[in-house]
Ligand binder design. Structure first.
Ligand code: ADP
Ligand code: MG
Length: 539
């Protein structure tokens, strides 16, 4: 028995693979499942990075995308994305593009990227389909030079391999980044998705100029319709509710030489812990506030951590690390695309889940060119940290709210209706269901806010619809009543035996009718007058 077990074990092959190899093998988890999805994902990752490099740093984005056929025979396409963003330091470029899980966005601050994976997946995909390296041109604001790199990823080592590099003098004041890759893909089938992604992106970035040139030489252009741009987010410290034991230990170990008193460590490393909260926590943990970090025993650290997690009097996480779009931007974007009859947007107050701050925004677009919803629910436009989510709609928390939590009939809406709902969730940590970042998990705190946001905008729509119905009804009555005015005036004049009073009576009745209408609706005096006149002419 023992021998059998031994040989079974010795047949196992143990090895470890690099992150690059892992994502190369399991690319579908990052959204690169097939040639259509991969094409879409390549364009999306590059544009997301371009926008992060601009609007998240207070720069109004100018983003140019070109997609061109790169081979006579093969379905090879060269995709180039240029931005006017902050640029990348030359010593960082090889890692930013050639080392999986390398990022400038692993900080407590809202951004489109979050895993340090996107552009490396793009480079890997290019490598495995066409074998061609990525090309990067970049410069920053105060640089005198523009830098050029051609590189690929060593998949086994998860390291960049620089194939070519260069630099030249700037002749004009340019900052930004140009990234080019060549992939094999199914443009014919990916095109619609990509156009959809662009149009949805333009809805919530109306302050951006975005231009796409397709392989057919079509130019699709979204020009800036507002200069109003949301305030960029600021990096924040972790909230004590959001940390785990491992993170806590790392913070302690990485804290200089360990000479810092534990009280100071707490106040300077976490948000929502001031001196009095620190004292209260240390008191509960029975630890001397002046004890130095390196003097803490393992069991003290554990105890302190437990108290930090269970303490319940913290201020909620601050939302300065978030950058919601705000009403003006949301409405400007929807107005451009749908020119709706009714439009309304809200930005809810910050909330948090597990120590992560989040804000939900919603907007509603009704009528005008808003498309008819095909099903028994409105068209849902989902966004997370300003990125449109297009795939996996059915498993997303927003879809669940729309389907299960909102009683549309009670808002006077019956489907099909020309109705679209935009929901934007921003957070330092969006609870995505996978690294493909297409659908958001059903976290109760988030679900509740999404529901409240949708209800808030839908209530406004209902108010508008009710008013519209009422005004229609009033108009109908005005028409009926107005028809009687000449007849009644004539009869009264006869009864009074004064034919000349007919016009005066008619004028008085018209005034009364206007009074009646203005008490009941917002229909203007001019409109009532014109109805009375037109009816009279009809008689
Ligand atoms: P993530 O976006 O999740 O951080 P990526 O692999 O897409 O991961 O990008 C890695 C890093 O490269 C980014 O964090 C950013 O610092 C840098 N980067 C990529 N593209 C650009 C760009 N167009 N402009 C400036 N920096 C960029
Ligand atoms: Mg990215």
């Amino acid at each position: 028995m023992g021998a059998v077990l031994m040989s079974a074990i010795s047949e196992e092959k143990y090895m470890s693979i690099s992150p690059a190899e892992f994502f190369y093998k399991y690319r579908e988890v990052a959204g690169f499942a097939n040639p259509v999805k991969a094409f879409y994902q390549v364009v999306k990752e590059l544009i997301d990075n371009a926008l992060d490099a601009t609007d998240m740093h207070g720069i109004l984005p100018d983003v140019k995308i070109s997609i061109e056929k790169a081979d006579e025979v093969q379905e090879y396409y060269k995709i180039t994305v240029e931005d006017n963003g902050i640029g990348i330091p030359p010593d960082v470029v090889p890692y930013a593009f050639g080392k999986v899980l390398f990022s400038s966005k692993y900080v407590m601050k809202q951004s489109r990227g979050m895993y340090g994976l996107g552009v490396k997946m793009v480079v890997l995909y290019a490598q495995m389909t066409t074998g061609r390296p990525v090309e990067v041109i970049t410069s920053r604001e105060n640089y005198r030079m523009i830098y050029y790199f051609k590189l690929r990823i060593d998949i086994n080592k998860n390291e960049p391999v620089i194939i070519e590099r260069g630099a030249w003098r700037k002749t004009r004041d340019w900052h930004g980044t140009v990234v080019s890759v060549t992939i094999e893909g199914d443009w014919g089938r990916a095109k619609q998705r990509i156009l959809e992604y662009l149009s949805r992106t333009s809805i919530i970035t109306p302050y951006a100029n975005i231009t796409l040139i397709t392989p057919e030489n079509e130019i699709i252009h979204y020009s800036r319709v507002t200069n109003a741009m949301p305030k960029p987010p600021r990096e924040s410290k972790p909230h004590p509710r959001g940390i785990d034991l491992e993170m806590f230990k790392t913070l302690i170990n990485n804290n200089g030489n360990g000479e810092e008193p534990v009280e100071e460590f707490l106040t300077s490393n976490f948000q929502s812990i001031g001196p009095s909260t620190a004292r209260a926590i240390l008191n509960l943990a029975k630890i001397d506030p002046y004890k130095k970090l390196h003097e803490l025993t393992e069991s003290e650290i554990q105890r302190l951590f437990n108290i930090i997690k269970s303490y319940d009097k913290y201020k909620p996480p601050s939302a300065t690390s978030l950058s919601p779009l705000g009403r003006e931007v949301l409405e400007a974007g929807l107005k451009r695309i749908f020119e709706p009859e009714f439009l309304y947007a809200v930005t809810r107050s910050p909330r948090s889940y597990e120590g992560n701050p989040f804000i939900v925004e919603a907007a509603i677009s009704y009528g005008g060119n808003t498309p008819m919803s095909p099903q028994e629910q409105p068209i849902i436009l989902r966004y997370a940290n300003r990125v449109p989510l297009i795939y996996d709609e059915s498993t997303d928390v927003v879809t669940q709210v729309v389907k299960e939590d909102v009683n549309w009939e009670s808002y006077m809406i019956s489907f099909p209706a020309p109705l679209a709902i935009v929901v934007h969730i921003c957070s330092t940590k969006i609870p995505f269901k996978g690294v493909g970042k297409e659908s958001i998990a059903d976290i109760p705190e988030i679900r509740r806010e999404v529901k409240l946001a949708i209800m808030e905008v839908t209530r406004e729509l209902k108010r508008y619809l009710v008013k519209k119905v009422k005004e229609k009804e009033v108009m109908r009555r005005v028409e009926i009543l107005a028809k009687y005015i000449p007849e009644v005036a004539r009869s009264l004049a006869i009864i009074l035996g004064d034919n000349s009073s007919k016009n005066r009576i008619e004028a008085a009745l018209t005034r009364k009718l206007i009074e009646y209408v203005s008490r009941r609706s917002n229909v203007s005096v001019e409109i009532v007058n014109s109805i009375v006149k037109s009816v009279k002419i009809g008689v």
